[in-house]
Design a protein around this ligand. Structure first.
Ligand code: AHR
Length: 493
């Protein structure tokens, strides 16, 4: 086995890793909001003001910095006024995008802010451009953030919230090239300019406005939006899902072979190219990098689990998802000068969820454990590095074998590593140059004896975080063997 050598520069930072890169997304889709997060105050499932207590406790350990809501595609058919006031009077509607089920609007604006408060997370609200009006969007912002006397502020008070909430992040529509209205970029750019004008800043509440961005590699969309409106936005979004197989012919989340594994690694690494190329376009209009690239939907998308409603997007989560998460987070760290936020899709029971629930039971997925280990990178300084990362080859296609990221904060250095190979361990030498102090090293690992390993309600702890004893530190160099298909976090302090 050839040893791979990587040099990490403790005295050369790439910028701060915005903690919002560890953001989440919860949509009115399947069992994400209802059952997954919200069970209501009268539920036999233990809850805190209607929010499941077990899920809440697990999410708190992730230090969720920010939560995007109410969608997704749902956002562009959501009418916020239906979701405030006494719950028994709230309008029932059909969730046409997701399974055609009845949405009773029991989880609305007040419940969302309560969830964010309980999580200690910043709220990120996505407004309705596709089927809503300028007035509706404007009044929602007034309802949430205006402290004075006005019709919407008065209604909020009547509904039990005296003081306005603090709301920073506001999205003006979602996927307006698709489910959010099937618009062309010029048309949406005009609508963005129009709608955002009435998204008012009240008092000291400073809004960070996010324009609906491109689908995957639609670079023209980014170009048009930046050209037509960059000075009116704080962020521009980008959506990209890792989908082994084809969009119209997805593959199952479990029971895959080496090619299903390899393809997921390859497609995850594509995020690097996407961020690089969208950023390059943004640089043309915004060389100072004021406007953030907001990757507000990312994650794996597989066939729904057999026997579940196909519109609910409920899928299992294996070691493969753990690697996908590590690769994406490393890409976001590397581009921390432009990527100011990223939101894993979705929080509970939908797509690459960190938590799955079934009745009163809950389990943590392999992705959860990676997000939990990596939380130490939040708001840390990303460190520069160079070196050799090995090769992982299948059928003549080559990928780097190891993905590495390092950051520094509060006198500690954290190095996260992922071995993409499904078969081969890799020997690594990590040299920490420019360190101001001598460090001791400890580590944690997420790994399993099978690339398809996952947690079930019968066996909820098959994949968990374990101590990693395999790294030895001498003369500023770390020697370690990184097991195949594993994710490791080393702490130097
Ligand atoms: O996350 C599921 C869906 O994927 C979202 O609603 C939509 O924005 C995207 O297409």
């Amino acid at each position: 086995m050839t040893k791979q050598r990587v040099v990490i520069h403790a005295d050369w930072t790439l910028g701060t890793i915005n903690k919002n890169i560890y953001g989440h997304f919860a949509e009115h889709l399947g069992r994400c909001i209802y059952e997954g997060l919200w069970v209501g105050e009268d539920s036999p499932i233990p809850n805190t003001q209607g929010i499941r207590s077990d899920v809440l406790e697990a999410l708190r350990k992730l230090q969720v910095p920010l939560l995007r809501w109410p969608g997704g595609c749902f956002a562009d058919e959501y009418h916020w006024k239906d979701g405030v006031g006494p719950r028994e009077n709230r309008k029932r509607m059909v969730n046409t995008h997701w399974g055609g089920v009845v949405e009773n609007n029991h989880f609305g604006t007040h419940e969302f802010f309560r969830l964010c408060e309980l999580l200690g997370a910043e709220p990120y609200i996505c407004g309705n451009v596709g089927s809503g009006t300028v007035q509706e969007m404007s009044e929602w912002v007034e309802y949430m953030t205006f402290d004075g006397e006005s019709p919407m502020a008065g209604w909020r008070r009547a509904n039990g919230q005296e003081k306005p909430w603090k709301l920073q992040y506001f999205g003006v529509g979602n996927e307006n090239w698709g489910c959010g209205g099937n618009m062309k970029p010029d048309h949406y750019a005009n609508l963005y300019r129009n709608y955002q004008t009435y998204v008012r800043q009240y008092g000291t509440n400073k809004l960070y406005k996010i324009a609906g961005g491109a689908n995957i590699d639609d670079y023209n969309w980014t170009d048009v939006l930046m050209r037509e409106a960059h000075w009116l936005m704080d962020g521009l979004s980008l959506h990209y899902y890792t989908i082994p197989g084809r969009w119209e012919d997805k593959l199952p989340a479990t029971g895959f072979d080496e090619s299903g594994w390899f393809e997921a690694m390859q497609k995850s690494l594509f995020m690097d190219e996407l961020v690089t190329r969208h950023s390059t376009i943004m640089d043309r209009y915004d060389p100072g990098k004021r406007v953030g690239l907001i990757v507000d939907e990312w994650g794996t998308w597989f066939l729904p689990e057999p026997g579940t409603n196909p519109g609910f997007l409920y899928q299992q989560n294996t070691m493969r998802d753990a690697l996908v998460a590590a690769i994406h987070l490393h890409v976001f760290h590397k581009h921390c000068d432009r990527v100011q936020m990223a939101n894993l899709a979705q929080m509970v029971n939908v797509l690459q969820a960190v938590i799955l629930t079934e009745g009163d039971r809950m389990l943590l997925t392999p992705t959860y454990h990676v997000m939990e280990m990596f939380k130490v990178h939040q708001d840390a300084e990303a460190l520069a590095m160079h070196g050799a990362f090995g090769e992982y080859e299948l059928n003549g296609v080559r990928l780097p074998q190891v993905s590495v990221s390092a950051s520094k904060k509060d006198g500690k250095v954290h190095i996260s590593l992922a071995n993409l190979s499904h078969t081969d361990d890799v020997e690594l030498e990590l040299e920490l140059r420019g360190a101001e102090q001598a460090y001791a090293c400890r580590g944690d690992i997420v790994a399993a004896d099978d690339i398809g390993a996952h947690n079930t309600f019968e066996q909820p702890e098959r994949v968990t975080k374990q101590p990693f004893e395999g790294a030895e530190l001498a003369d500023g160099k770390l020697q370690l063997t990184l097991p195949a298909a594993s994710v490791v976090l080393l702490t130097l302090e």
